[in-house]
Write a protein that binds this ligand. Structure first.
Ligand code: URA
Length: 422
């Protein structure tokens, strides 16, 4: 077997055999297949796709490339969630304590942000003292004690994905349902939960730009999950506009706290309630309606917020020390009109350039940096109204701030959840 024949086969629209996929994963990991050969194969996969059997094999050999976490000691009331990534997506910070407050354990491994999308670990590390690298024993003990822990990966989970994803990121080969599904599902299966809620983001600020591709991805991931003893529910949700009002690490923690304290309503809360209710319904094997009732009760009574405080304390975070040391700039309108678009992608890029994210893996983050959106879609704005507020320690002279659209008439209110696929 050799890689050139395998690339040629995929280039000619022929399916790869299980043995060929095994050969590719093993030989790329041990450097026998070079980055330029792998890039070529990945591009052929992006262009010509993979059938179900190929995707299952790819997921299997990626999974087998590393360790797995065994969560059986936590019992059956365990659930996980995953978002395909977006701008201002702080749902995990809200959903995890909400779900844990209902008696469903959340033992979650999360990632850092890259490019215009954020990552949960960076947001948690905006809380001074918060420790994200617990040992596996500490992690499982904490979940057993308080029902919840969120950490970076303790083990060598799916090293094949780490290597392939890094290559995809710099070769324009991220946007393939087959590659995204095998990448996400191999990590989720390796992380040990048997109940998974996936939030597939669709729109300008997301990896997936259209609903049809999102549906295809959802169906592939559900099939992979089911054949690995995992129940999967997919929510297809809007990422044309950012989720919630705050973007940037400290700002997002503050917004999450406001939701948990019952101070804010709106689409962010609505989505968190939906994701959390599906997780509780899977974890406790009850109806969505029963689960939603518990979730709403725990938000109202403050039980979910208390769980969040317990979680932060258990991982040594000190919320009283969280500060925003940054210069503040207000971006105002220069004409009147209805606010009809806030471009999630451009906002995410701007937030990264303000210091809230990384362009390259080695960049450091300014936790104080970010953006607060002061208006909602369809608000009518007069000249000099503040549309959004910028927090940064950088020189802003070369940055572009043209990220919103004003129109003479309002638009139909954007949908939050397009579809739920089980
Ligand atoms: N997130 C992942 O982990 N993998 C992908 O391929 C895309 C998003």
């Amino acid at each position: 077997m050799n890689i050139i024949d395998i690339i040629t086969k995929k280039k000619n629209h022929e399916p790869l055999t299980t043995e060929e996929i095994k050969y590719v994963i093993e030989n790329y990991l041990n450097d026998n297949i070079k980055d330029y050969q792998m890039s070529s194969l990945l591009m052929a996969i992006v262009l010509n796709g993979m059938n179900e059997e190929e995707i299952n094999s790819l997921t299997k050999f990626m999974l087998e490339s590393g360790d797995r976490i065994d969560l059986t000691s936590l019992g059956t009331a365990v659930a996980d969630k995953h978002s395909t990534g977006g701008v201002g997506d702080k749902t995990t910070l809200i959903v995890a304590p909400l779900v844990a407050s209902c008696g469903v354990k959340v033992a979650k491994m999360s990632g850092r942000g890259l490019s215009h999308t954020g990552g949960t670990i960076d947001k948690l590390e905006a809380i001074p003292g918060f420790v994200t690298n617990l040992t596996e024993e500490e992690f499982l003990n904490q979940v057993n004690n308080i029902g919840l822990s969120i950490i970076t990966s303790t083990k060598n989970l799916v090293p094949a994905d780490k290597k392939i994803y890094a290559l995809r990121d710099v070769t324009g080969t991220v946007e393939s349902p087959a590659l995204i599904a095998s990448s996400i599902m191999s990590k989720k299966i390796a992380s040990g939960s048997h109940n998974l809620v996936l939030d597939i983001k669709v729109g300008s600020g997301a990896l997936i730009k259209d609903l049809e591709t999102a549906k295809e991805l959802a169906n592939i991931m559900i099939k992979i999950g089911n054949s690995n003893n995992m129940k999967v529910i997919c929510l297809l949700t809007n990422m044309d506009i950012p989720l919630g009002n705050n973007i940037g690490n400290t700002l997002e923690v503050e917004e999450a706290i406001n939701i948990l304290m019952g101070k804010t309503d709106g689409p962010l809360k609505e989505l968190c309630v939906a994701i959390a209710s599906y997780m509780v319904s899977l974890g406790l094997n009850i109806s969505y309606e029963e689960a939603e009732k518990q979730i709403l009760d725990n938000l109202k009574t403050g039980k979910a917020y208390t769980k969040f405080l317990e979680f932060v304390q258990a991982q040594h975070g000190d919320l009283s020390k969280m500060t925003k040391k940054a210069n503040i700039y207000q971006v105002k309108t220069n004409k009147p009109g209805y606010l009809t678009n806030i471009d999630a992608y451009k906002l995410g890029r701007l937030s990264m350039e303000l210091g809230a994210g990384r362009e390259n893996k080695e960049d450091t983050i300014d936790y104080s940096a970010g953006i607060i959106i002061n208006k909602k879609i369809n608000d009518y704005l007069n000249i000099d109204d503040v549309v959004y507020t910028v927090y940064t320690n950088k020189d802003i002279n070369n940055l572009k701030f043209d990220i919103f659209t004003l129109s003479e008439t309002p638009i139909e209110n954007p949908k939050l959840i397009y579809e739920i696929i089980k």
